[in-house]
Design a protein around this ligand. Structure first.
Ligand SMILES: [Cu+2]
Length: 120
């Protein structure tokens, strides 16, 4: 019974119009911290079409910068400086794996993996 309910909720989310999904889906929060792992969780898997939010919980500014912006390949996202107590929101990403870092502190690294929702 519990599984049936979970499937129903899952299917309902997929069938909702995009703007409703964005409101009703849980926001994926990633915290920026002053110690390792600097992005918590360091490895985050999210569903395509869902927003991702980084919260700066440190006393200094940071960025959330896709590695592709550094290498000259496709630059999927680059937040610019995020001040303390501020956030950065990505509304959606195409499925794929996105390693990223902080331009101001390159030791800060994380990986976002975006997967398609699947129904079996
Ligand atoms: Cu930083």
């Amino acid at each position: 019974m519990r599984m049936l309910a979970a499937i129903g909720v899952f299917c309902g989310m997929i069938l909702l119009p995009t703007h409703l999904v964005a409101i009703e889906s849980p926001v994926n929060h990633i915290a920026m911290k002053g110690f390792a792992p600097y992005y918590t969780p360091e490895f985050a898997t999210v569903l395509a079409g869902y927003p991702i939010q980084w919260d700066n919980r440190t006393a200094t500014a940071h960025t959330v910068t896709h590695d592709g912006c550094l290498t000259g390949e496709s630059c999927a996202f680059d937040s610019g400086a995020i001040s303390p107590e501020n956030s950065f929101n990505l509304l959606s990403l195409q499925p794929g794996t996105y390693p990223y870092y902080c331009r101001l502190h390159p030791i800060m690294r994380g990986v976002i993996t975006v997967i398609e929702p699947t129904v079996n």
